[in-house]
Every structure is written in C-alpha cells, then in structure tokens.
Design a protein around this ligand. Structure first.
Ligand SMILES: [Zn+2]
Length: 265
C-alpha cells in the first residue's frame, strides 16, 4: 500500500496569512517536484535507516546480517485541555532502532480519509527553552491551531535535532556559530543530513483508524519517507511561518539544501 497523491490533490493552505499568487504558484511547482521525486537527493539517510528497521537487512554478499523487529503499542488516552483548546492525548511506546514514546494530539473526528496530520519532531530548544534558532515551536503551535479549526492529529515524536539528540544538537549549533550551515554542521559531527525515523507512524495511523492523510509539512523528504513506509499521503498542507533575525539563515538552508518547499515570507 503506497499511495501517491496527484498534484491536483495538493492543497495549498496557509496559517494566519494570505500568500501571493506568485508564491502560491511556486509552492505548487515545488510540490510537483517533490511528488515526481526530484527531491530524491535528500532521502538517502532516512531511507537507509528506515529500511534497516523491522526487516531483514542484507550485507554486501546478499546474506542476511541481522533482523530487528520494530514494535509500536498503544498505552493510553486522556483529555488534555490547553491554551489552544481541548485535545485528546494518545500515548504510545515504540521499540525499534531507537526507543521512544510517541504521543498524538487529536482534535475532532480524526478518522478515515484525508485526515489533516502533522508529524512533528521534538525540539526542546525552541518548544521548552524558547530558542529562536529554528521555527519548530511556531510550526507546532500553527499545527495545533489548525487541527482545532479543521480536525486532525499532531503526531509528536521524540527526535531532537533531526534525530541526533539534544547534546549533539548543541554541538551542531556550536559549529553553526563558527560559520557552518545546519547540513554541514551535522556532517562534520558524523551524522547524515537527517537521522529521523518515522517507522511508528503507519501503526499509529492504523490504530487511530486513519486511512489517508493530508500532511502538514513543507518537507518533501517527510512526505517521501512516510509514503515509503506505506502511509497514504494525499497531499501536503504547507506551514508558513514568518522568519526572525535568528532563524532566517537556518530556514534558508532548509530550503536550499534540504529541499523544503517554501522559504520565508
Ligand atoms: Zn527546532
């Protein structure tokens, strides 16, 4: 089951602003490029790590060298009143290449076809400490407001720093302070451009009764990764966040070097 949405299915939707026709056209073109696979250069690290999980891995001789079964299990659900409204909070445990506890914020009827879903990666530096070096907190806030208005789910994964962990992320920031961009800093530390894994997501969606999604993301790599895992992604809903003086360079790097669909407005 590997659903591929048509370009006509791509929905351009904006949070708290109106996008000009030129920008909207460019967004659609970028989306078309992502759908046609022209962003494949960004996917190697994630695809290789995902392929290792839950499946037999073959060495150079074709011999099976190891087998690791990934498992995700539902734990519990509670009501969660927040400053953005009332959500349901669902908790899971995942055992795979990395153990973590995904949670899902749910608003409205999040079942069936075309559910609006954000797959969000933890960012303690911005979400807890208020860092302005990135726009993760703003993307999370915009996603939660969106699902309050339209229904949907935000799947929150404990993958700090594109999967390298908090301390390594600080080390990468230190290198960026010395002049490297976000991609080169991760490479200098010996990491891939992206070390995240989304292998728990198909289970969580199935568990919730979600059969297809419209993904809230600017990142074609995330769309590709989820489709590789069998998630039926009908299209993406871009998240447009104004930049600030601290994160403009970081966001520019995401656009220019990681294939993200939009730049700042
Ligand atoms: Zn962040």
């Amino acid at each position: 089951m590997c659903g591929h949405g048509k370009l006509s299915d791509v929905q351009v939707h904006f949070f708290g602003g109106v996008l000009s026709g030129e920008h909207a056209a460019r967004l659609l073109q970028h989306s078309a490029n992502a759908t046609s696979g022209s962003s494949a250069g960004n996917t190697s690290a994630e695809e290789s790590s995902s392929a290792e999980e839950g499946a037999a891995v073959r060495g150079g001789s074709g011999r099976i060298t190891r087998k690791r079964k990934a498992q995700t299990s539902f734990v519990s659900e509670c009501a969660l009143p927040t400053s953005k409204g009332l959500f349901r909070l669902r908790a899971y445990r995942h055992q795979g290449r990395k153990r973590h506890e995904p949670v899902v914020m749910v608003a409205g009827e999040a079942k069936g076809e075309g559910v609006h879903v954000r797959v969000h990666d933890q960012c303690q530096t911005s979400e807890v400490l208020g860092s302005q070096r990135c726009d993760c907190r703003e993307q999370l806030d915009a996603s939660l407001k969106h699902i309050q208005a339209h229904g949907g789910a935000v799947i929150y994964l404990q993958q700090e720093g594109r999967g390298i962990g908090l301390a390594n992320k600080v080390a990468a920031y230190a290198l960026q302070d010395g002049g490297l961009d976000t991609v080169d800093a991760n490479r200098a530390l010996g990491f891939g451009d992206d070390e995240r894994s989304y292998e728990c997501v198909p289970f969580i969606l199935e568990d919730m009764g979600v059969s297809s999604v419209k993904l809230m993301t600017n990142n074609p790599f995330k769309v590709d990764s989820l489709r590789e895992l069998g998630v039926n992604v009908l299209g993406n809903i871009p998240i447009v966040i104004p930049t600030n003086e601290h994160n403009a360079k970081y966001i520019q790097s995401k656009v220019q070097r990681m294939g993200h669909l939009i730049d700042s407005l």
